[in-house]
Ligand binder design. Structure first.
Ligand code: CP
Length: 311
């Protein structure tokens, strides 16, 4: 078994191709574990993990917690809404108090870009970024690439288009880094107001016509419009957005090939994707969720091995 080149998972940018391959191979083993009648291994009985969620989450929070429990780690959960952060405590003080309870590893979601990196530089613990504002969501990108690899055999050479609210999306940025590292071609598609001006500098194609984007790609990753991060209107109305950038069954069926449809969730049915598409045989949305547990088991297991080697 190899070792990760990083001590924390704060972003995809810091991972090598070997790290990504090691995570995928480890996830392959854990995927077979979670499909057995007894879905648990005793690997991390001596490890304690704190899940700190300063921002809402359904999939990521439950997926991390389940991954940690499947590895037999002790788990504590913290949500900002019910914590002393509301009483003015700093992030570093909050985390150092949690670490004083003999916690080995911290998983954190935070609304501020860079929060995970800041923590990794200022506290004595391994940090896993579960999403930092509109910056990175590394485990989502890993599970997305892993799901493409599972469905199409490889990521290398595949054409992937990410559609929608790119400017507010940590999923988009982490996916761009992760897909490109593995040799995929990446395009983003959406209204100009939702595509960052710097995006072409990342070597990403830009297309504003959804049909043309779909005709180009092997895989489409549909993103939610993040109204909660918008302080101004980025398009005239959601109805107009859906008319131009929503994926429905007639459009999907009119393509002369069967593309793979992905979505990181949460889905807004009838806005960026219709139920007929989300529930179609071309969609791998629930496979992504299943793979998320295996990928998070792999990431936590590999970081925990580094802690154990240091002891
Ligand atoms: N995909 C994702 O991050 O979903 P949650 O916000 O529910 O965790």
């Amino acid at each position: 078994m190899g070792s990760l080149s990083v001590n924390h998972l704060v972003g995809i940018k810091e991972l090598s191709n070997e790290d990504i391959e090691l995570i995928f191979q480890t996830a392959d083993n854990f995927k077979s574990v979670i499909n057995r009648p007894i879905k648990k291994v005793p690997s991390l009985r001596d490890i304690t993990i704190a899940n700190l969620f300063f921002e809402n989450s359904t999939r990521t929070r439950l997926s991390f917690e389940l991954a940690e429990k499947r590895l037999s780690a002790d788990v504590i959960n913290f949500s900002a809404a019910s914590s002393s952060v509301k009483k003015g405590e700093t992030l570093i003080d909050t985390v150092n108090n949690i670490l004083a309870m003999k916690v080995d590893l911290v998983v954190m979601r935070h609304p501020n870009p860079g929060a995970a990196k800041f923590l990794s530089e200022n506290v004595d613990s391994r940090i896993v970024n579960a999403g930092d504002g509109a910056h990175e969501h590394p485990t989502q990108a890993l599970l997305d690439s892993y799901s493409i690899r599972e469905k199409l055999g490889t990521v290398k050479g595949k054409k992937v288009v990410i559609v929608g609210d790119i400017v507010h999306s940590r999923v988009a940025l982490s996916n761009i880094f992760c897909l490109q590292k593995q040799g995929a071609e990446v395009m983003v598609c959406g209204p100009a107001t939702l595509i960052p001006k710097y995006i072409k500098e990342l070597g990403v194609k830009v297309e504003h016509d959804l049909r043309k984007a779909l005709e180009w790609c092997d895989v489409v990753n549909m993103l939610r419009i993040q109204l909660e991060r918008m302080d101004v209107n980025y398009f005239p109305s959601l109805r107009e957005y859906t008319m131009l950038y929503g994926l429905d069954k007639p459009l999907l069926d009119s393509l002369n090939k069967k593309i793979v449809v992905m979505h990181p969730g949460p889905i807004n049915r009838g806005v960026e994707i219709t139920s007929a598409v989300a529930d179609s045989e071309q969609a791998i949305i629930l496979d992504q969720v299943e793979n998320g547990v295996a990928i998070r088991m792999a990431v936590i297991y590999l970081l925990a091995q580094k802690i154990k080697r240091e002891e």
